[in-house]
Design a protein around this ligand. Sequence first.
Ligand SMILES: [Zn+2]
Length: 138
Amino acid sequence: MIYKGQSKYKDKPITEHFRVGEIVCHDGSSEYIINSKALEGLEKLREIIKKPIIINSGYRTVSYNKRCGGSPKSQHLVGNAIDFHVKGMSTEDIYHIMKTHNMIGKEFKGIGLYNTFVHVDVRPNPNRRGYSFWDMRK
Ligand SMILES: [Zn+2]
């Protein structure tokens, strides 16, 4: 389900542990869109790791995405993607847990590893393998 709403309702919950203020665009724009499936996947991950998931970036407007060097076809533009980290866990640790629990290709159709965060998305048209994976760690 795609939620559309006003960014000013920061404390409004979208799923059990995630609120509007965590996924809105960092440019202060007044509206957001988010696919609840992305957050539901993170709820499941949270349940497994029993630690809070800290969202770095959720929805992005076209102009903000350009400014932060995002891909022009970024899933963040349509509310399908979230970048996050977990205190005390490396992105490798997080990836392993997602893999062990068969979340790759199921809850998440796009997974990207970076030095300090993990990107997940729920793109509607995954490739034949069922997911895309990239490793941008240096
Ligand atoms: Zn991302």
